[in-house]
Design a binder for this molecule. Structure first.
Ligand code: G3P
Ligand code: CA
Length: 252
């Protein structure tokens, strides 16, 4: 993919993990709530179950966001379906199942919602997860007018995604510090964007990245003034937990 040829066609406001902390992260309830708040793009985390199904889950383990324990890769999808992925946040979500990428694709495409799929491999499964998630996404979104944006902190996963589904746009996630060679990394992975921690985002860095031909999505931005500032610098995407105060439905 040529970065300059890529037609960036995503909304500027992106709901983090579906609805931030307002619903159980990475679940269909979260996506529904984010959509009710006017969001037409969602960021969510994807990894693989033991039987290779792409599932939405942030952590390596299921302990924090379900009533189960252990690594996601210990469990088949059928096993994971036995757990409750909602009541950790509130008992009203006690029937919330694990969400598959397949169900997510069907729901979001049907409702005109765009996707930023963060490939979040369990340690040791980077290449396998990058390749498999990209292939599954390619198939699920083949008839959609706008492809999902694939992103990852793992350059190994992004490289594998690039080989598996080169036509799907990619973004490199960066936290902690911006390496001096970050533009070379974006180029090597043939990315269309840099998805950067707001703490690392300066006006100069935004200008340098834009001048090199890459878009920027900034996370996790929960202050409306900061969101405004980042957009005024030319950042294209704002990933937020604050779906009530930074919303497409309300001016901020
Ligand atoms: O994709 C941006 C952001 O979600 C990365 O951090 O830990 O929330 O997945 P995390
Ligand atoms: Ca994420």
């Amino acid at each position: 993919m040529s970065t300059s040829a890529f037609d960036w066609n995503y909304p500027s406001l992106i709901a983090h993990r579906g609805a931030g902390k307002h619903a159980p992260e990475n679940t269909l309830s979260a996506v529904r709530l984010g959509h009710q708040h006017g969001f037409t793009m969602m960021e969510y985390d994807v990894k693989l179950s033991r039987d290779g199904v792409a599932i939405l889950l942030h952590d390596d383990r299921i302990d924090r966001t379900s009533n189960g324990q252990g690594l996601a890769s210990q469990y088949s999808l059928a096993d994971l379906m036995q757990f409750d992925f909602g009541s950790w946040l509130h008992e009203k979500y006690s029937a919330e199942p694990i969400l598959t990428l397949s169900t997510m694709a069907a729901y979001t495409i049907a409702h005109g919602i765009h996707s930023n799929i963060e490939i979040k491999p369990e340690t040791g499964f980077e290449a396998e997860t990058g390749a498999r998630v990209a292939r599954i996404a390619q198939q699920l979104w083949q008839k959609a007018s706008v492809p999902p944006l694939l992103s990852s902190f793992s350059e190994v996963a992004l490289e594998a995604a690039k080989l598996a589904a080169p036509e799907l746009p990619r973004a490199l996630l960066i936290e902690d510090h911006v390496p001096a060679d970050y533009l070379a990394r974006l180029q090597r992975l043939d990315c269309v964007a840099l998805n950067l921690d707001t703490k690392l985002t300066t006006k100069e860095l935004v200008a340098e990245t834009l001048a090199a031909g890459y878009q920027l999505c900034i996370w996790t931005v929960n202050d409306p003034q900061r969101a405004k500032e980042l957009l005024s610098w030319g950042c294209k995407g704002i990933v937020t937990d604050a779906i009530d105060t930074i919303s497409p439905l309300t001016p901020f």
